[in-house]
Design a protein around this ligand. Sequence first.
Ligand SMILES: [Zn+2]
Length: 338
Amino acid sequence: MMKMRRLFGFLLVGLLTATAYADKVFFFDKASAKERILSEEKEAYFSKHQIVELAAYQGREVSDAPLDEQRAEYKKVVADYVGEFTDAEKQALESLIVAVDIELKAWVPMIAGLQWRLLKMDNRFCSGFPHTREDFIVVPTLLAELAVHVETEGSGQFADFLKEVLIHEKMHVAQRHYLEKFDSIYKELWGFDHIEPVCAHPSFEDRLAHNPDALDYGYVTYLREQWYLPLVLYREGTSNPVMGKDFVSQLYLLQRDGDSAEIATVDNKPVRIPIDDEDYRERIPTIAFAQGGDHPHEILAYSATKILGYGSEPEEGNEEKLIALQKAMAAAFAETGE
Ligand SMILES: [Zn+2]
């Protein structure tokens, strides 16, 4: 059924013109991009960075210079990474978005109705990982160039890869617009409670890896009568940390009191278990695990692309969970909102 819908989507693409899409896609120019990427007015980001991730982002050794200085220095570096889309890149990305929106509209019309806001950054920003901030998608230069390649040379494989990325990122944008709807899905399907964000323990705070798409540390999960917080940290003892390669995902035991919780410790050491806990995996789609996607926002974004048939086949045991998610999302995002 998914495959049929995709075929149907491709046939319809030709009927839509790019100009009809002018108000559906917004491209930041360089000046407004610079302002928005550095702004923390709506969402704190740069002010959360910790010493290990700052080293990873800049491809340098961990420094013991004062944290505020390191954060300020990094913002200067980021200002130089701001780019601007060429006309060819805009056209190529818009063609892909038209195709993606047809697929989303057939499944989750409310999400398809959201505007696409794209901001171009140098490949060195966030180690070249596409991601979102506030209501916009950060597109690394390489992806914009790949879109042009697909448009001019044609390549189904790369087109599918780009659509997969766009769908994944659109889910992160939708999570910010419709947080309550997503929260109820996370709770009903996967057993996540959403409480006040849990503060990191001082013993690992400097190693936190802040995922811009999953900055809310309030999603907690119940396992064998105890509450846990999934967290991604940089591995201990790395002097030259690398994003992704040096990530460690674990479940941290909590002491929960109603809507708040703190990290539980024994002898002042946090208690944690591996993220691939059997009871935990039993409940959630494990699609995001290989990519270090511990957070419900990531689990959902990766699952959404699988539901639409992108990327490799999901590993065994995921099918029923994906069907349940497909139905829950279809019900939650049924209206067009237009
Ligand atoms: Zn993501």
